[in-house]
Design a protein around this ligand. Structure first.
Ligand SMILES: Nc1ncnc2c1ncn2[C@@H]1O[C@H](COP(=O)(O)OP(=O)(O)OP(=O)(O)O)[C@@H](O)[C@H]1O
Ligand SMILES: [Mg+2]
Length: 233
């Protein structure tokens, strides 16, 4: 298999500036390469900068210094329109709180990225049905998001992140609010997407079980990537 980097971070710094709190240096010169088709876990204590790292790769934040390159696009160089394109088609971001629109139903939530991308109705219908079928939520298509359990919400968020077949899926603490069974199901789902669609998966988590699902794991401490762990090669 040819090894091809899909996410590259070179000397990445991120500083939050707040008039009341002052400066927080969240990332201090992070270097990271994630290869296409890999499942990468990012571990580390609370406040160490894991979510910040994920948001930079998702095009939700820009670095203060250094390069974040995702599928050949340099995030630092893109204008707002370019970042919107990255968010909508190159990466699929699954926030910790799932980020669903509570008043929309399952189908409508999953359809959102396709609407933003201007995909015609018929193709939208095909793509949403396909991913809902794959993820086992077809029978819940018309259920409003506010009535779903945590595990179901997580799966809808995964479906929404996948519907545009992105190169990279980014999952922030996918097991944090779930019981054992739902956590395992969410991790299995990410693993199947990786296997069936060759999607690169980056998972940020405190949960040591995530290491078993990852090809590689990195540890983040105080804004610095400390070490690499090989868990499944
Ligand atoms: N919008 C913000 N404004 C100011 N400081 C922020 C902001 N977002 C994060 N920070 C700070 O940056 C640091 C890293 O935060 P981040 O959310 O990336 O950590 P984390 O590793 O994801 O933590 P957790 O495991 O608790 O989710 C923390 O000190 C946090 O307080
Ligand atoms: Mg976080």
């Amino acid at each position: 298999m040819v090894i091809e980097p899909v996410v590259i971070l070179r000397d990445v710094w991120k500083i939050y500036r707040d008039p009341k709190v002052g400066e927080t240096i969240a990332l201090k010169g992070v270097n990271l390469v994630v290869n296409r088709g890999e499942i990468m876990a990012i571990h580390g204590p609370s406040g160490s900068g894991k979510s910040t790292l994920l948001k930079l790769i998702a095009g939700l934040l820009r670095p203060d210094r250094g390069d974040v390159i995702v599928d050949g696009y340099n995030i630092s160089m893109l204008d707002e329109e370019g970042l919107a394109m990255i968010r909508n088609t190159v990466v699929g971001y699954i926030p910790q709180d799932y980020g669903l629109v509570e008043d929309l139903n399952v189908y409508e939530n999953v359809e959102i990225p396709l609407l933003i991308a201007g995909v015609p109705k018929k193709i939208r219908e095909e793509k949403v049905s396909e991913i809902l079928e794959y993820i086992g939520l077809k029978n819940m298509a018309s259920k409003p998001a506010r009535f779903l359990s945590g595990g179901e919400k997580q799966r809808v968020a995964i479906a929404r992140a996948m519907v545009n077949t992105p190169s990279v899926i980014l999952a922030d603490e996918p097991t944090a609010n779930l019981d054992w069974d739902s956590s395992m199901r969410a991790l299995e789902m990410l693993k199947s997407l990786n296997r069936d669609f060759k999607t690169t998966v980056i998972i940020v988590s405190h949960d040591p079980r995530v290491i078993d699902y990852a090809d590689r794991a990195v540890i983040m401490v105080s804004g610095v990537l400390k070490s690499y762990k090989e868990s499944r090669v």
